[in-house]
Design a binder for this molecule. Structure first.
Ligand SMILES: Cc1cc2nc3c(=O)[nH]c(=O)nc-3n(C[C@H](O)[C@H](O)[C@H](O)COP(=O)(O)OP(=O)(O)OC[C@H]3O[C@@H](n4cnc5c(N)ncnc54)[C@H](O)[C@@H]3O)c2cc1C
Length: 376
Protein backbone atom coordinates (compact mmCIF):
# COMPACT_ATOMS: atom_id res chain seq x y z
CA UNK A 1 0.00 0.00 0.00
CA UNK A 2 2.38 2.87 1.11
CA UNK A 3 5.69 3.77 2.79
CA UNK A 4 4.07 3.42 6.24
CA UNK A 5 5.51 0.78 8.61
CA UNK A 6 2.36 -1.34 8.22
CA UNK A 7 -0.55 -1.55 5.84
CA UNK A 8 -2.88 -2.04 8.81
CA UNK A 9 -2.52 -1.75 12.58
CA UNK A 10 -5.26 -3.43 14.58
CA UNK A 11 -5.58 -2.06 18.12
CA UNK A 12 -7.06 -4.55 20.60
CA UNK A 13 -6.19 -8.25 20.76
CA UNK A 14 -9.61 -9.61 21.67
CA UNK A 15 -11.38 -12.04 19.39
CA UNK A 16 -12.51 -9.25 17.06
CA UNK A 17 -9.02 -7.73 16.68
CA UNK A 18 -7.50 -11.19 16.22
CA UNK A 19 -10.05 -12.01 13.50
CA UNK A 20 -9.30 -8.70 11.74
CA UNK A 21 -5.52 -9.28 11.89
CA UNK A 22 -5.91 -12.84 10.62
CA UNK A 23 -8.01 -11.66 7.71
CA UNK A 24 -5.47 -9.00 6.66
CA UNK A 25 -2.59 -11.45 7.03
CA UNK A 26 -4.48 -13.95 4.88
CA UNK A 27 -4.67 -11.28 2.19
CA UNK A 28 -0.88 -10.75 2.35
CA UNK A 29 -1.06 -7.34 4.06
CA UNK A 30 1.61 -6.12 6.47
CA UNK A 31 -0.36 -6.11 9.68
CA UNK A 32 0.38 -5.51 13.36
CA UNK A 33 -1.97 -6.59 16.16
CA UNK A 34 -1.47 -4.53 19.32
CA UNK A 35 -2.88 -5.58 22.69
CA UNK A 36 -2.48 -4.02 26.12
CA UNK A 37 -2.47 -7.47 27.70
CA UNK A 38 -2.39 -11.09 26.53
CA UNK A 39 -4.61 -12.19 23.62
CA UNK A 40 -8.32 -12.42 24.53
CA UNK A 41 -8.07 -10.91 27.98
CA UNK A 42 -11.02 -8.48 27.76
CA UNK A 43 -14.69 -9.31 27.14
CA UNK A 44 -13.45 -12.27 25.13
CA UNK A 45 -12.22 -14.05 28.26
CA UNK A 46 -15.52 -13.26 30.00
CA UNK A 47 -17.87 -14.34 27.21
CA UNK A 48 -19.96 -17.46 27.00
CA UNK A 49 -18.90 -18.56 23.53
CA UNK A 50 -22.37 -19.30 22.19
CA UNK A 51 -22.20 -19.21 18.39
CA UNK A 52 -25.77 -18.27 17.74
CA UNK A 53 -27.99 -17.02 14.94
CA UNK A 54 -30.16 -14.14 16.16
CA UNK A 55 -33.09 -12.33 14.60
CA UNK A 56 -33.64 -9.06 16.45
CA UNK A 57 -33.28 -7.37 13.07
CA UNK A 58 -32.51 -8.49 9.51
CA UNK A 59 -29.05 -6.92 9.83
CA UNK A 60 -28.35 -8.82 13.05
CA UNK A 61 -29.52 -12.03 11.41
CA UNK A 62 -27.33 -11.45 8.33
CA UNK A 63 -24.19 -10.87 10.40
CA UNK A 64 -24.72 -13.72 12.87
CA UNK A 65 -25.65 -16.25 10.18
CA UNK A 66 -22.76 -15.26 7.91
CA UNK A 67 -20.31 -15.47 10.79
CA UNK A 68 -21.68 -18.78 12.00
CA UNK A 69 -21.10 -20.20 8.54
CA UNK A 70 -17.51 -18.87 8.63
CA UNK A 71 -17.02 -20.66 11.99
CA UNK A 72 -18.42 -23.87 10.52
CA UNK A 73 -16.05 -23.63 7.56
CA UNK A 74 -13.12 -23.03 9.94
CA UNK A 75 -14.07 -25.89 12.23
CA UNK A 76 -11.79 -28.57 10.71
CA UNK A 77 -8.77 -26.31 11.24
CA UNK A 78 -9.53 -25.22 14.82
CA UNK A 79 -7.22 -26.51 17.52
CA UNK A 80 -8.74 -28.90 20.07
CA UNK A 81 -8.57 -26.34 22.87
CA UNK A 82 -11.08 -24.13 21.03
CA UNK A 83 -13.64 -26.80 22.05
CA UNK A 84 -16.04 -26.07 19.21
CA UNK A 85 -19.16 -28.19 19.68
CA UNK A 86 -22.21 -27.97 17.45
CA UNK A 87 -24.57 -28.72 20.35
CA UNK A 88 -27.47 -26.62 19.03
CA UNK A 89 -29.58 -24.08 20.90
CA UNK A 90 -32.96 -24.78 22.42
CA UNK A 91 -35.05 -21.64 22.90
CA UNK A 92 -37.21 -22.72 25.84
CA UNK A 93 -40.87 -21.66 25.86
CA UNK A 94 -42.30 -21.54 29.36
CA UNK A 95 -45.92 -20.97 28.29
CA UNK A 96 -48.29 -20.72 25.36
CA UNK A 97 -47.39 -17.09 24.66
CA UNK A 98 -43.74 -18.04 24.24
CA UNK A 99 -44.79 -20.94 21.95
CA UNK A 100 -46.19 -18.28 19.60
CA UNK A 101 -42.71 -16.76 19.55
CA UNK A 102 -41.30 -20.24 18.79
CA UNK A 103 -43.49 -20.45 15.70
CA UNK A 104 -42.57 -16.91 14.60
CA UNK A 105 -38.89 -17.69 15.00
CA UNK A 106 -39.26 -20.97 13.07
CA UNK A 107 -40.87 -19.14 10.18
CA UNK A 108 -38.24 -16.38 10.15
CA UNK A 109 -35.34 -18.83 10.22
CA UNK A 110 -37.00 -21.27 7.81
CA UNK A 111 -37.48 -18.56 5.18
CA UNK A 112 -33.76 -17.80 5.42
CA UNK A 113 -32.47 -21.36 5.23
CA UNK A 114 -31.73 -21.99 8.92
CA UNK A 115 -32.93 -25.46 9.95
CA UNK A 116 -35.04 -25.62 13.13
CA UNK A 117 -37.30 -28.11 14.89
CA UNK A 118 -40.33 -27.21 16.98
CA UNK A 119 -40.42 -29.22 20.22
CA UNK A 120 -43.58 -29.89 22.16
CA UNK A 121 -43.42 -30.40 25.92
CA UNK A 122 -42.68 -34.13 25.58
CA UNK A 123 -39.96 -33.71 22.97
CA UNK A 124 -38.34 -30.97 25.05
CA UNK A 125 -38.34 -33.22 28.11
CA UNK A 126 -36.80 -36.07 26.10
CA UNK A 127 -33.95 -33.84 24.90
CA UNK A 128 -33.41 -32.01 28.21
CA UNK A 129 -34.80 -34.12 31.05
CA UNK A 130 -33.41 -31.79 33.73
CA UNK A 131 -35.59 -28.86 32.71
CA UNK A 132 -38.53 -28.31 35.08
CA UNK A 133 -41.67 -30.20 34.05
CA UNK A 134 -44.47 -28.05 32.72
CA UNK A 135 -42.56 -26.12 30.05
CA UNK A 136 -44.65 -25.55 26.92
CA UNK A 137 -41.93 -26.60 24.46
CA UNK A 138 -39.14 -24.97 22.52
CA UNK A 139 -37.30 -24.40 19.28
CA UNK A 140 -34.19 -26.44 18.50
CA UNK A 141 -31.67 -24.65 16.24
CA UNK A 142 -29.23 -27.49 15.54
CA UNK A 143 -26.55 -25.50 13.68
CA UNK A 144 -25.79 -23.24 16.66
CA UNK A 145 -22.72 -24.17 18.66
CA UNK A 146 -20.39 -23.25 21.47
CA UNK A 147 -16.66 -22.68 21.78
CA UNK A 148 -14.09 -21.52 24.34
CA UNK A 149 -13.52 -17.84 23.43
CA UNK A 150 -9.98 -17.11 24.76
CA UNK A 151 -8.54 -20.12 22.92
CA UNK A 152 -10.48 -19.19 19.77
CA UNK A 153 -8.94 -15.68 19.92
CA UNK A 154 -5.49 -17.18 20.47
CA UNK A 155 -5.98 -19.55 17.53
CA UNK A 156 -6.78 -16.60 15.25
CA UNK A 157 -3.91 -14.46 16.57
CA UNK A 158 -1.41 -17.30 16.15
CA UNK A 159 -2.66 -18.04 12.66
CA UNK A 160 -2.29 -14.34 11.79
CA UNK A 161 1.26 -14.47 13.18
CA UNK A 162 2.06 -17.60 11.16
CA UNK A 163 0.84 -15.70 8.10
CA UNK A 164 3.27 -12.84 8.83
CA UNK A 165 1.39 -10.55 11.23
CA UNK A 166 3.39 -8.88 14.00
CA UNK A 167 1.96 -9.33 17.50
CA UNK A 168 2.74 -6.53 19.94
CA UNK A 169 1.33 -7.67 23.28
CA UNK A 170 1.67 -5.92 26.62
CA UNK A 171 1.62 -2.73 24.56
CA UNK A 172 -0.87 0.01 25.40
CA UNK A 173 -1.98 2.50 22.78
CA UNK A 174 -2.48 6.09 23.92
CA UNK A 175 -3.79 7.70 20.73
CA UNK A 176 -4.76 6.78 17.18
CA UNK A 177 -5.61 8.63 13.99
CA UNK A 178 -4.34 10.01 10.68
CA UNK A 179 -2.29 6.90 10.06
CA UNK A 180 -0.38 7.04 13.36
CA UNK A 181 -0.56 4.95 16.50
CA UNK A 182 1.05 6.51 19.56
CA UNK A 183 1.98 4.14 22.38
CA UNK A 184 1.99 5.05 26.08
CA UNK A 185 5.82 5.05 26.02
CA UNK A 186 5.60 7.98 23.57
CA UNK A 187 6.77 6.04 20.50
CA UNK A 188 4.75 6.08 17.27
CA UNK A 189 4.05 3.53 14.55
CA UNK A 190 2.65 4.44 11.14
CA UNK A 191 0.10 2.55 9.09
CA UNK A 192 -1.99 3.16 6.02
CA UNK A 193 -5.08 2.10 7.98
CA UNK A 194 -5.81 1.72 11.69
CA UNK A 195 -8.57 -0.50 13.08
CA UNK A 196 -9.91 0.35 16.54
CA UNK A 197 -10.92 -3.06 17.93
CA UNK A 198 -10.51 -2.15 21.59
CA UNK A 199 -13.94 -3.49 22.63
CA UNK A 200 -15.68 -1.52 25.36
CA UNK A 201 -12.53 0.68 25.63
CA UNK A 202 -12.75 1.73 21.97
CA UNK A 203 -14.33 5.00 23.08
CA UNK A 204 -11.14 5.94 24.99
CA UNK A 205 -9.25 5.94 21.69
CA UNK A 206 -12.05 7.33 19.51
CA UNK A 207 -13.94 9.80 21.70
CA UNK A 208 -17.59 10.37 20.92
CA UNK A 209 -18.45 6.76 20.06
CA UNK A 210 -21.91 5.83 21.27
CA UNK A 211 -20.81 2.80 23.26
CA UNK A 212 -21.92 1.95 26.76
CA UNK A 213 -20.49 -0.77 28.97
CA UNK A 214 -23.06 -3.44 29.73
CA UNK A 215 -21.93 -5.63 32.59
CA UNK A 216 -22.58 -9.38 32.64
CA UNK A 217 -22.07 -12.12 35.24
CA UNK A 218 -21.33 -15.80 34.65
CA UNK A 219 -20.95 -18.84 36.92
CA UNK A 220 -19.26 -22.13 36.08
CA UNK A 221 -20.00 -25.34 37.94
CA UNK A 222 -18.02 -28.43 38.73
CA UNK A 223 -18.27 -31.34 36.26
CA UNK A 224 -21.73 -32.87 35.73
CA UNK A 225 -21.46 -34.56 32.31
CA UNK A 226 -24.77 -34.93 30.44
CA UNK A 227 -26.83 -32.79 32.79
CA UNK A 228 -27.28 -30.16 30.03
CA UNK A 229 -26.99 -31.19 26.37
CA UNK A 230 -27.75 -28.05 24.35
CA UNK A 231 -27.29 -24.35 24.93
CA UNK A 232 -30.57 -23.59 26.68
CA UNK A 233 -31.97 -20.08 26.56
CA UNK A 234 -35.33 -18.90 27.83
CA UNK A 235 -37.38 -17.02 25.28
CA UNK A 236 -37.73 -14.36 27.95
CA UNK A 237 -33.98 -13.76 27.24
CA UNK A 238 -35.08 -11.52 24.41
CA UNK A 239 -36.96 -9.33 26.90
CA UNK A 240 -33.79 -9.19 29.04
CA UNK A 241 -31.47 -8.35 26.15
CA UNK A 242 -33.92 -5.68 24.96
CA UNK A 243 -34.66 -4.13 28.32
CA UNK A 244 -34.62 -0.38 27.87
CA UNK A 245 -33.08 0.31 31.22
CA UNK A 246 -32.48 -1.34 34.55
CA UNK A 247 -30.87 -4.64 35.39
CA UNK A 248 -32.08 -7.92 33.96
CA UNK A 249 -31.36 -11.63 34.21
CA UNK A 250 -32.31 -14.56 32.00
CA UNK A 251 -31.94 -18.33 32.05
CA UNK A 252 -29.06 -19.16 29.72
CA UNK A 253 -26.98 -22.30 30.34
CA UNK A 254 -24.29 -24.00 28.31
CA UNK A 255 -22.77 -27.48 28.41
CA UNK A 256 -18.95 -27.37 28.28
CA UNK A 257 -16.89 -30.21 26.87
CA UNK A 258 -15.43 -30.76 30.35
CA UNK A 259 -18.91 -31.59 31.70
CA UNK A 260 -19.05 -28.23 33.45
CA UNK A 261 -22.12 -26.05 33.11
CA UNK A 262 -21.77 -22.38 32.33
CA UNK A 263 -24.66 -20.42 33.84
CA UNK A 264 -25.71 -16.94 32.71
CA UNK A 265 -26.70 -14.31 32.23
CA UNK A 266 -27.19 -10.80 33.53
CA UNK A 267 -27.22 -7.35 31.95
CA UNK A 268 -26.52 -4.05 33.71
CA UNK A 269 -25.82 -0.53 32.55
CA UNK A 270 -24.02 1.94 34.78
CA UNK A 271 -22.19 -0.72 36.83
CA UNK A 272 -18.63 -0.18 35.66
CA UNK A 273 -16.87 -1.87 38.59
CA UNK A 274 -15.66 -5.35 37.74
CA UNK A 275 -16.42 -6.99 41.07
CA UNK A 276 -19.19 -9.59 41.25
CA UNK A 277 -22.46 -8.05 42.41
CA UNK A 278 -23.92 -10.62 44.79
CA UNK A 279 -27.51 -9.47 44.40
CA UNK A 280 -27.28 -9.90 40.59
CA UNK A 281 -25.67 -13.29 41.07
CA UNK A 282 -28.46 -14.45 43.36
CA UNK A 283 -31.14 -13.20 40.93
CA UNK A 284 -29.41 -14.93 38.03
CA UNK A 285 -29.04 -18.25 39.87
CA UNK A 286 -32.62 -18.12 41.11
CA UNK A 287 -33.78 -17.67 37.52
CA UNK A 288 -31.62 -20.62 36.42
CA UNK A 289 -33.06 -22.81 39.19
CA UNK A 290 -36.62 -21.90 38.19
CA UNK A 291 -35.87 -23.55 34.84
CA UNK A 292 -33.52 -26.32 36.07
CA UNK A 293 -34.19 -27.08 39.73
CA UNK A 294 -31.30 -29.61 39.86
CA UNK A 295 -28.79 -26.78 39.49
CA UNK A 296 -29.38 -25.93 43.14
CA UNK A 297 -27.55 -29.15 44.11
CA UNK A 298 -24.41 -28.30 42.13
CA UNK A 299 -21.13 -26.76 43.20
CA UNK A 300 -20.01 -23.58 41.51
CA UNK A 301 -16.25 -23.32 41.02
CA UNK A 302 -15.91 -19.76 39.72
CA UNK A 303 -17.90 -16.59 39.09
CA UNK A 304 -16.80 -13.59 37.06
CA UNK A 305 -17.98 -10.51 35.19
CA UNK A 306 -17.28 -8.86 31.85
CA UNK A 307 -18.34 -5.81 29.89
CA UNK A 308 -20.23 -5.94 26.62
CA UNK A 309 -19.76 -2.94 24.31
CA UNK A 310 -23.34 -1.85 23.63
CA UNK A 311 -24.49 0.53 20.87
CA UNK A 312 -27.88 2.30 20.79
CA UNK A 313 -29.26 0.20 17.90
CA UNK A 314 -27.71 -3.11 18.99
CA UNK A 315 -25.57 -3.44 15.87
CA UNK A 316 -21.78 -3.26 15.89
CA UNK A 317 -19.73 -0.45 14.39
CA UNK A 318 -17.78 -1.86 11.44
CA UNK A 319 -16.13 0.44 8.91
CA UNK A 320 -14.43 3.83 8.51
CA UNK A 321 -15.08 6.77 10.81
CA UNK A 322 -16.53 9.86 9.20
CA UNK A 323 -13.81 12.12 10.67
CA UNK A 324 -10.85 10.02 9.50
CA UNK A 325 -11.40 7.65 6.56
CA UNK A 326 -8.16 5.79 7.41
CA UNK A 327 -9.44 5.00 10.89
CA UNK A 328 -11.78 2.00 10.99
CA UNK A 329 -13.94 0.72 13.84
CA UNK A 330 -14.57 -2.92 14.71
CA UNK A 331 -16.38 -2.71 18.02
CA UNK A 332 -19.83 -2.46 19.66
CA UNK A 333 -20.67 -6.16 19.39
CA UNK A 334 -22.56 -6.29 22.73
CA UNK A 335 -23.39 -9.94 23.50
CA UNK A 336 -22.55 -11.33 20.07
CA UNK A 337 -18.90 -10.53 19.46
CA UNK A 338 -17.68 -14.11 19.71
CA UNK A 339 -20.24 -15.19 17.12
CA UNK A 340 -19.69 -12.23 14.80
CA UNK A 341 -15.90 -11.84 15.08
CA UNK A 342 -15.10 -13.72 11.88
CA UNK A 343 -17.66 -11.83 9.79
CA UNK A 344 -16.37 -8.56 11.28
CA UNK A 345 -12.80 -9.38 10.23
CA UNK A 346 -14.00 -10.29 6.76
CA UNK A 347 -16.09 -7.08 6.39
CA UNK A 348 -13.32 -4.77 7.60
CA UNK A 349 -10.89 -6.36 5.14
CA UNK A 350 -13.48 -6.18 2.33
CA UNK A 351 -14.07 -2.47 2.97
CA UNK A 352 -10.36 -1.60 3.12
CA UNK A 353 -9.33 -3.65 0.11
CA UNK A 354 -12.38 -2.78 -2.01
CA UNK A 355 -13.53 -6.41 -2.23
CA UNK A 356 -17.29 -6.96 -2.57
CA UNK A 357 -18.62 -8.15 0.81
CA UNK A 358 -20.75 -11.29 1.04
CA UNK A 359 -23.45 -9.36 2.94
CA UNK A 360 -24.31 -5.64 2.69
CA UNK A 361 -22.00 -3.63 4.98
CA UNK A 362 -24.26 -0.56 5.25
CA UNK A 363 -26.19 -1.54 8.42
CA UNK A 364 -22.94 -1.69 10.41
CA UNK A 365 -21.16 1.41 9.04
CA UNK A 366 -20.27 3.92 11.78
CA UNK A 367 -21.84 6.74 9.75
CA UNK A 368 -25.30 5.13 9.72
CA UNK A 369 -28.34 6.86 11.14
CA UNK A 370 -28.86 5.33 14.56
CA UNK A 371 -32.31 5.07 16.02
CA UNK A 372 -31.98 4.85 19.77
CA UNK A 373 -34.65 2.21 19.94
CA UNK A 374 -33.90 0.15 22.96
CA UNK A 375 -31.13 1.40 25.17
CA UNK A 376 -31.59 3.64 28.14
C1 LIG B 1 -21.05 -12.21 30.29
C2 LIG B 1 -20.86 -12.17 28.81
C3 LIG B 1 -21.32 -13.22 28.04
C4 LIG B 1 -21.16 -13.19 26.64
N1 LIG B 1 -21.58 -14.26 25.91
C5 LIG B 1 -21.40 -14.24 24.55
C6 LIG B 1 -21.81 -15.36 23.78
O1 LIG B 1 -22.29 -16.36 24.30
N2 LIG B 1 -21.65 -15.28 22.42
C7 LIG B 1 -21.12 -14.19 21.80
O2 LIG B 1 -21.04 -14.18 20.59
N3 LIG B 1 -20.67 -13.14 22.53
C8 LIG B 1 -20.81 -13.14 23.89
N4 LIG B 1 -20.42 -12.07 24.63
C9 LIG B 1 -19.87 -10.89 23.95
C10 LIG B 1 -18.43 -11.08 23.58
O3 LIG B 1 -17.70 -11.58 24.69
C11 LIG B 1 -17.84 -9.75 23.12
O4 LIG B 1 -18.71 -9.14 22.17
C12 LIG B 1 -16.49 -9.97 22.44
O5 LIG B 1 -15.61 -10.67 23.28
C13 LIG B 1 -15.88 -8.63 22.06
O6 LIG B 1 -14.57 -8.88 21.60
P1 LIG B 1 -13.60 -7.67 21.31
O7 LIG B 1 -12.38 -8.25 20.72
O8 LIG B 1 -14.35 -6.63 20.54
O9 LIG B 1 -13.35 -7.00 22.73
P2 LIG B 1 -12.40 -7.47 23.93
O10 LIG B 1 -12.38 -8.94 24.07
O11 LIG B 1 -12.80 -6.67 25.11
O12 LIG B 1 -10.97 -7.07 23.43
C14 LIG B 1 -10.53 -5.73 23.39
C15 LIG B 1 -9.05 -5.76 23.66
O13 LIG B 1 -8.56 -4.45 23.46
C16 LIG B 1 -7.50 -4.27 24.36
N5 LIG B 1 -7.32 -2.82 24.54
C17 LIG B 1 -8.23 -1.94 25.04
N6 LIG B 1 -7.71 -0.71 25.05
C18 LIG B 1 -6.45 -0.83 24.55
C19 LIG B 1 -5.40 0.10 24.34
N7 LIG B 1 -5.53 1.42 24.62
N8 LIG B 1 -4.22 -0.36 23.83
C20 LIG B 1 -4.08 -1.66 23.52
N9 LIG B 1 -5.03 -2.58 23.72
C21 LIG B 1 -6.21 -2.17 24.22
C22 LIG B 1 -7.93 -4.97 25.64
O14 LIG B 1 -6.79 -5.36 26.40
C23 LIG B 1 -8.72 -6.15 25.08
O15 LIG B 1 -7.96 -7.33 25.07
C24 LIG B 1 -20.54 -12.08 26.02
C25 LIG B 1 -20.04 -11.03 26.82
C26 LIG B 1 -20.19 -11.07 28.20
C27 LIG B 1 -19.64 -9.95 29.01
Amino acid sequence: MSGAAYDVIVVGAGIVGAACADEFARGGRRVALIGADIVGSGATAAGMGHIVVMDDSDAQFALTRYSQQLWQALRPELSDDVEYEQCGTIWVAADGEEMIEVLRKREYYGKRGVPTEVLDAKALHRLEPNLRLGMAGGLLVPEDGVLYPPCAALFLARRAQARGAKLLLGTTVAQIGKGRVRLTDGSEISAEFIVNAAGASAVDLTPGLEIKKRKGHLVITDRYPGFVRHQLVELGYLKSAHSVSGDSVAFNVQPRRTGQILIGSSRQYGAEYKEVDNSMLVRMLQRAQEYMPGLSQMSAVRTWTGFRAATPDKLPLIGPTLADPRLYLATGHEGLGITTSLATGRLVADLITGRAPAIPAEPYLPGRKVEDAHHG
